[in-house]
Every structure is written in C-alpha cells, then in structure tokens.
Design a binder for this molecule. Structure first.
Ligand SMILES: [Zn+2]
Length: 273
C-alpha cells in the first residue's frame, strides 16, 4: 500500500508542473506570431513531454523503488530497533527480577543469620544464668537443720564440756531428723568422734570446716564431695549428750579447738539463725 501511494504522490506534482510549463511555452510562442509553426514544436513538446513524463514516471518508479527499499529498510530498521528495544526491555525486566530475587534472598539470609545470632545469644544467656545459678547454689549456705533453732548458744558455760565452754551451737532436733551440709565441700571425717558421738566434718571451698555431732546415722564417707543442703546424716543422741539434738561447729581447721562463732559464720553466709 505504501509503495503505490508514495509513487502517485511523487508523480502527480511532476506532471502538473511540466504541463503548466509546456502550456506557458506554447502560449508564449502564439503571442509572438509563430503559431503556424507550432505543430512541430508542439509535437516536439509533446514528445518531450512524453519523454519527460516517461522519465518522470521512471524517476517516480525509481524513486518509488528506492523509497520502497528505503521504507523497507526503515521498516526493517524500525522493526529491528523495536525488537532490540523489546529485547532490552525484557533483559532489563529480567535483570530487575534477578536483582529483586537476589535482594529477597539476601534479606532472607540476613533474617536467618539474625535469628541464628539471637538464638545463640539467648542460649548463651541461658547457659550463663544456669552457671550463675549453679555457682550461687554451690556457694549458698543453708541451716544444718531445716526449720530448727539454736537451743544452746556458742561458748555457753557448762561442766558438760571438756573445755568448760561450748565449742559450737546446738540445734533443736529429735532423733532421725535430716542433717544437711551447710555448704558444698568435701567430707574429711565421718565416724565416731568420742564425746561428739557419731560425727561428720566437712571442709568447704573457702577453707573453713563445719562439724556435725551426736548423729544417729551417717550417710557420707571421707573423701566424698557434697553439695550445699545435701543430707549427710540423721540427728541423734550419741556421745556425751543430755538428749537428742544436733551439735554444730564452725572451724578454721579440721581439728578440735579451731572453732569460731557458728552463728556469726552462718549469718555471714546469709543463713538466718
Ligand atoms: Zn553442743
């Protein structure tokens, strides 16, 4: 369609122009009185006109041909450009999608890493808390008899004791009451302690010692590690005693005579006695 229209467009103005020029030429000749000899020039003109017309047509065809080629080239170029633009747009879209996907993946990876770090942090905190609680429990002190009270104080005077004064304190307790180690440590003595009856001595982590006397039964042995509050024996009435109770001593050494005030000792370690 474009070919036919383009050709017609170019041909028509050419013909009109040539025709007008020829007519003007003929009119000019007539005005100067050479109309008689018009035939041959007219023929010549016609021939010329035909030649021109033909040439014009040829030109038009040629023009049309090259134009068609040009248009075809243009169309081809435009189509190629359009295809290239399309391909570029598709590539851009693909790149944008890939970028978005990469961004999404990076975000997911970041989230995952953050979550993992958070979990690790929380686990570490839990472990620290547990370790702290364990340390606190290990270092905690408790009363040797739960829910009891001191029935005879430290350094109380009586002919009952060889030193003349009480080297520990007595906790009110019937026979068979649970006796606990006041803190973590290691058993350094477990057995008959003479006037103390069945007794247990424990060395604690801070280098102090505690002694438990007049026991009815012993549940630990020398060299054994004990935890704070662990039951080590049952209270009784063995040894030099006027009745069932727990004799409790705090010492700076393992042996008799290195005793310190057990009430102060327990209170220093947070035990309410
Ligand atoms: Zn006592």
């Amino acid at each position: 369609m474009a070919f036919i229209r383009a050709t017609g467009k170019h041909r028509r103005p050419t013909r009109v122009h040539r025709g007008s020029a020829n007519a003007a030429g003929i009119a000019g000749l007539a005005a100067v009185g050479v109309v008689g000899s018009l035939a041959s020039p007219a023929l010549a003109a016609t021939g010329e006109k035909a030649d021109v017309h033909e040439t014009g047509l040829t030109q038009a065809i040629d023009m049309g041909g090259s134009l068609a080629q040009h248009v075809s080239d243009q169309a081809g170029e435009q189509q190629a450009a359009a295809e290239q633009a399309k391909a570029e747009a598709a590539a851009k879209k693909k790149a944008a999608e890939a970028k978005a996907e990469a961004k999404k993946r990076a975000e997911e990876a970041r989230k995952k890493a953050a979550e993992k770090a958070k979990k690790e942090r929380e686990a570490k905190e839990r472990a620290e808390r547990a370790a702290e609680a364990k340390r606190a429990k290990l270092n905690a002190f408790v009363s040797p008899i739960a829910g009891s009270y001191v029935s005879t104080g430290y350094q109380a005077s009586s002919g009952l004791w060889s030193s003349g004064s009480h080297t520990g304190i007595d906790f009110h307790a019937g026979i068979g009451t649970s006796v606990r180690s006041v803190a973590a440590g290691e058993v350094v003595e477990a057995g008959n302690g003479g006037a103390y009856g069945n007794n247990v001595v424990i060395k604690h982590n801070d280098g102090t010692y505690t002694q438990y006397g007049h026991l009815s039964s012993i549940e630990v042995s020398v060299g054994q590690s004990v935890t704070s509050g662990q039951e080590i024996a049952l209270s009784g009435n063995t040894g030099n005693t006027t009745g069932p109770h727990l004799h409790f001593e705090a010492r700076t050494g393992a042996d008799y005579g290195s005793d310190i005030d057990p009430v102060s000792y327990l209170r220093q370690h947070g035990v309410n006695v």
